[in-house]
Design a protein around this ligand. Structure first.
Ligand code: PLP
Ligand code: COI
Length: 360
């Protein structure tokens, strides 16, 4: 399908921030976004237009029943000055899995690829280059039909916006975060939407996250509904590292998002680059492992957060347990350095992980 361009005249375009050290996460908007409409069982009018407000009816179903999904990905400025996007094929397929879970139409892979490559081409000057920076990519889709019956919408809007970003946590990799071990709040239940990237999961996480902040923690460590197994670390997959350097990631199930970062770490392990595997992780055994020194490092994996060390677990009664000396350990540090060097182009990434953004 041909993509239509409706670009802002050059003299009305904003310029990127000069000082990239001041970039936070997801705060800055660029000049353009990609849009496509779904109605009558088909996608219509794919277009790159100025970034700006949508016009929505008050009865738009997303506003009432939260039929909405999104993805998170990153593009990087490489030393040759070119922009490359990291493993976006994975985001495209996970987006369509989320769409299936939420009874939404599929976004065809070829249209999605064309959309992101052309948008990144138009917005390439916004891709920062300093370490730990990226052009964060946020594709999303929501129900736009004006109808109050609880059923899948017949109309949708698909959008991609991008945002030059620095680290997700202000302290970046070097500052380990704390997690609140919550037995009161849960993120997902078997048979629910936990494995989909849908807004409702994040809406439900806001209050627990506020409670975590009040306890001095960055995020919640979510357990399964029986409070026995570790599921996720807020908006990251959880990991821990054994004394022999093996990374352990909880087994994916319908309560855990299949993280592209975790999957990449597991692929590196399969290629013999490091040791990593998935297991069901019982909370009590995990805490005992920290106490005994069998577990030496912990953290979270995610696109926004990359690899974020966890230095302390805080319990709802105020007690806490420190991991090692509470600072980022050598295995997490080595992995962070390796992973970031693939993304930033300092090292050649495994085959197919980085895709060049063409100059159309
Ligand atoms: N788990 C949740 C709930 C998330 O929101 C994210 C972020 O995308 C992740 C895990 C990490 O997934 P990925 O590495 O694909 O970004
Ligand atoms: C990501 O890591 O890309 C996410 O989507 C996490 C969060 C900002 C919601």
């Amino acid at each position: 399908m041909e993509i239509r361009y409706e670009l802002l005249p050059k003299d009305q375009q904003k310029s990127p921030m000069k000082d990239e050290t001041r970039l936070g996460f997801g705060q800055i908007r660029t000049n353009h976004m990609f849009l496509a409409d779904y109605r009558g069982g088909e996608w219509h009018d794919p277009r790159i237009v100025p970034y700006g407000p949508f016009s929505l009816m008050p009865g738009a179903m997303c506003l009432h029943y939260s039929q909405a999904i999104f993805e998170g990905a990153k593009a990087f400025r490489h030393p040759d000055g070119e922009v490359r996007i990291f493993r976006y094929d994975k985001n495209i397929s996970r987006f369509n899995l989320s769409a299936e879970t939420l009874c939404m139409p599929e976004m065809p892979e070829d249209l999605h690829w064309e959309a992101i490559l052309r948008l990144l081409d138009v917005e390439r000057e916004w891709c920062p280059s300093i370490p730990a920076s990226s052009l964060y990519i946020r594709p999303f889709m929501f129900a736009s039909q004006d109808s109050l019956g609880v059923k899948p919408s017949a109309e949708y809007l698909f959008c991609i916006m991008v945002s030059p970003s620095g680290p997700y946590y202000p302290g970046g990799f070097s500052q380990a975060v704390s997690l609140l071990v919550s037995k009161k709040y849960h993120r997902a239940a078997p048979g629910g939407t936990g494995a989909a990237k849908t807004g409702g999961n994040y809406a439900a996480s806001l209050r627990p996250c506020e409670v975590a902040h009040a306890a001095g923690c960055a995020q919640v460590l979510y357990l399964d509904v029986n409070n026995t197994m570790i599921e996720e670390a807020g908006s990251m997959n959880h990991f821990h590292v054994l004394k022999d350097g093996t990374f352990i990631i909880p087994e994916f199930d319908d309560c855990i998002l299949t993280s592209i970062t975790s999957s990449s770490v597991l692929e590196l392990a399969a290629a013999g680059v490091l040791k990593a595997r998935q297991e069901v992780v019982p909370l009590e055994g995990f805490l005992e492992g920290i106490r005994s020194g069998e577990i030496i490092e912990c953290g979270g994996f995610g696109t926004a957060a990359v690899i974020s060390p966890v230095g302390r677990y805080v319990f709802e009664n105020g007690d806490s347990i420190m991991v090692g000396d509470g600072t980022p350990g050598k295995h997490s540090t080595n992995l962070y350095n390796l992973y970031s060097s693939f993304q930033s182009g300092q090292k050649e990434a495994p085959m197919g992980w980085m895709r060049h953004v063409p100059h159309f």
